[in-house]
Design a protein around this ligand. Structure first.
Ligand code: SF4
Length: 369
């Protein structure tokens, strides 16, 4: 399949997009870009990539970064475990490898957050190792190239795709090949309406040659994601509001939030808000008006977040279910890292004129993990 790889790499060299991480050989920068690009679009990643590297220009600065600064730099990018894993791996790289990334896929694989994809992409792009990097784009391209009839969501199919990618890989050119495959998937062999007429490998593509591109990749239907209603309290005590730092592990770990939680069966939103605030902080509050509702999608579920203004009544705030709680002035909220849906609540706090429940906000889902 050398012809395939040659045609693909030639096309890539001529038409690749001008992206900041393609202008560096620094393994650290390549690693950061590869992690940011997982689950996130290029246009979103670019400003984060620049800001992150300005703040944390090398492995050591990332390893020693205060947790709040790290989460703030990642705020809004989603999939926050990525940031925590980056720092964990940076610390291991400092302690075990003197601050320099190890060069082999096997050694990279032992670091936190380095799965099969990240270890292969960094090893091949930064160090020239012969390792095939298979992401969602590559799975789609190979499913079409080989007209794979099995469901690409199943692990045996993914394993088969990995095997094929390894067979297609040209020795000594894995970095360019991997980047080219991903670029092809992102710009030509797109999920909808692939540009087969402009494809550099169409003569090798079984789906195209047999005129059945639209049948691939084969994907089973996903179960409908559950939808939860969440009530949160913005608790005021004089001119301060209460925020809580989520536990380090799990969804949205190490991000700040307003106390609240899922509505239980038979409970009103306001009752839920009062109960959750008391369970999480020990405070008794008077729940007042709901001032914004935000719809938000995570990978496996959706929420509508209902934010209520609450007045402090009694008690001393304590972090009963969080790492820490703080009373802060509203303009200080901008210094802390919050999940996206909470960010919309903060906008409504800082711009009281927007404190209405717009039908538009109710019909829109943003995606984050
Ligand atoms: S010919 Fe079409 S379906 Fe086949 S790899 Fe190229 S863009 Fe994808």
């Amino acid at each position: 399949m050398m012809k395939f790889a040659t045609a693909l790499i030639k096309w890539f060299e001529q038409s690749k997009r001008d992206l900041p991480w393609r202008k560096t050989n620094d393994p650290y920068r390549i690693w950061i870009s590869e992690v940011m690009l997982q689950q996130t679009q290029v246009a979103t990643v670019i400003p984060y990539y620049h800001r992150f590297l300005e703040k944390f220009p090398d492995v050591r600065s990332l390893a020693s970064a205060p947790q709040g600064d790290l989460m703030k730099a990642w705020e809004g990018l989603g999939y926050y475990a990525r940031a925590r894993n980056l720092q964990h791996a940076a610390k291991e790289i400092v302690s075990k490898y003197g601050g320099t990334l190890p060069r082999t896929q096997e050694a990279l694989r032992t670091l936190k957050g380095f799965g099969p994809y990240t270890s292969a992409s960094v090893a091949s792009i930064a160090f020239g190792a012969d390792a095939a990097a298979v992401d969602g784009n590559v799975i789609r391209v190979i499913a079409r190239l080989r007209a794979i009839k099995e469901d690409v969501r199943l692990q045996p199919t993914k394993d088969a795709v990995q095997q094929i990618a390894g067979e297609l890989l040209p020795h000594g050119k894995a970095g360019a090949f991997n980047e080219a495959m991903m670029e092809l998937g992102a710009t030509v062999c797109t999920p909808k309406r692939p540009n087969c007429d402009g494809c550099p490998v169409s003569e090798h593509c079984i789906a195209y040659q047999t005129n059945q591109v639209e049948k691939f990749p084969v994907k089973s239907k996903l179960a409908v994601a559950p939808h939860y209603h969440i009530a949160v309290g913005v608790v005021w005590r004089e001119d301060h509001v209460l925020i809580a730092l989520r536990q380090a592990e799990g969804l949205l770990g190490n991000l700040w939030e307003f106390p609240g939680g899922k509505v239980k069966a038979g409970e009103t939103l306001a009752t839920c808000c009062r109960r959750e605030v008391e369970e999480e902080t020990g405070l008794k509050v008077m729940v007042q008006a709901e001032f914004i509702a935000v719809k938000h999608a995570y990978t496996h579920f959706k929420i509508t977040l209902h934010a209520f203004r609450c007045e402090y009544v009694s008690g001393e705030a304590a972090p009963k279910q969080s790492q820490e709680i703080r009373w802060v002035k509203p303009d200080e909220l901008l210094h802390f890292a919050f999940p996206k849906a909470n960010r919309r609540v903060i906008d409504a706090i800082l711009n009281p004129s927007s404190q209405v429940i717009h039908p538009a906000t109710l019909s829109l889902f943003e995606t984050e993990q």
